[in-house]
Design a protein around this ligand. Structure first.
Ligand code: AVJ
Length: 327
């Protein structure tokens, strides 16, 4: 099939629920009004942010993507057997697509694929390429913030069950409370017969974890600061992008990486007609990356009405993939 047709088709099927600039500005103002100040990590992923994240996944310190890919590759027959045939795959977010390729290749006769992704560029790139490689799988992309309820496009061929796919330990970017809300929403999307395949980064030696979020080449630091560049472009803000420094620390007690932008000096930032004062050394919280144990993950799932039915880890128990079902 020729690429132009695939592209035209994919675009015709696109459900566009992208957030508008007003949402971004009001989210930023709300976050900076809190103590400590915060900015929502979902806005990391503009075109440049998505490109920088891809670059992070190639850094030697950032083990997550490599380990998860190898794990899925090694365990795909077992994963596919646990899931069954004829599913509608609904991915929350859409990455480079390599994990999705492995999944669509490994599953028995998947019916449709719906990525739900906030970055339109990432979304369209992913379905264009997957549409070419999987002509028998209907591509039904949705451009939306997946933390809000999204109506699922119906596939032409009837699916046996809905499989929610949420790899990459992206769940870890959400607080426990938000994660439970998101898992509940997945529970709604999958319905009674559905299931969810979720990738989770596992608790381990803090030095290994911290290195992954402080790569020597400084790609993660650039990724973090790009949030400010994006805000300055898309909303009426004047962050000094040289006035803030990336900091990522593993909080052992909370089992999570906490990433901040630390103000290099006392300064004031304006958003619209709001002004926010930063003290020298003040940390603005921009991201968390939660790590899990079997116990902590099962407890989280249980709060959302889900139960873990299957699990696969890499040999070093560094990263895990879990299959969940309504409890
Ligand atoms: C895309 C959420 C899996 O938290 O590890 C990587 C994002 N941030 N380095 C993560 C991220 C900084 C990443 N996830």
């Amino acid at each position: 099939m020729n690429a132009a047709i695939v592209r035209a088709r994919a675009q015709a099927a696109l459900t566009d629920l992208r957030p508008q600039p007003d949402d971004i500005a009001s989210d930023a103002i709300a976050g900076l009004s809190r103590t400590p100040k915060t900015l929502p990590s979902k806005y990391f992923y503009d075109a440049e942010g998505s490109r920088l994240f891809e670059a992070i996944t190639r850094q030697p310190e950032y083990y997550l993507t490599r380990v998860e890919l190898a794990l899925m590759e090694a365990q795909m027959p077992s994963i596919a057997q646990a899931i069954g045939d004829g599913v509608h795959v609904v991915e929350f977010g859409s990455g480079s697509g390599r994990k999705t390729e492995l999944l669509l290749e490994g599953l028995a006769a998947p019916v449709a694929y719906t990525p739900i992704e906030i970055s339109r560029t990432a979304l369209m790139d992913s379905v264009t390429r997957l549409g070419q490689n999987f002509p028998d799988v209907q591509m039904l992309p949705v451009c939306a913030d997946f933390t809000r309820p999204v109506p699922l496009p119906r596939a032409e061929r009837r699916a046996h069950r809905t499989l929610v796919f949420f790899p990459g330990s992206t769940l870890g970017n959400f607080s426990d409370e938000e994660a439970v809300r998101l898992l509940r929403s997945m529970r709604g999307t999958m319905g009674d017969a559905g299931c969810a395949l979720i990738g989770i980064d596992l608790d381990k030696d803090p030095a290994i974890i911290e290195a992954a979020y402080n790569d020597a080449a400084g790609v993660t630091a650039a990724f973090t600061v790009n949030l400010l560049t994006r805000l300055n472009r898309e909303i009426d803000s004047d962050f000094d992008t040289d006035g803030f420094r990336h900091r990522a620390l593993y909080a052992r007690d909370r089992m999570r990486i906490e990433t901040s932008l630390v103000s290099e000096q006392a300064q004031s930032v304006r958003i619209g007609d709001h002004a926010f004062d930063f003290a020298a050394g003040e940390a603005m919280h921009v991201e968390i990356s939660q790590k899990y144990t079997d116990a902590s993950f099962s407890a989280l799932a249980a709060k959302a009405g889900l139960r873990v039915t299957h699990g696969w880890n890499d040999d070093g128990d560094s990263f895990g993939v879990r299959l969940l079902q309504p409890a």
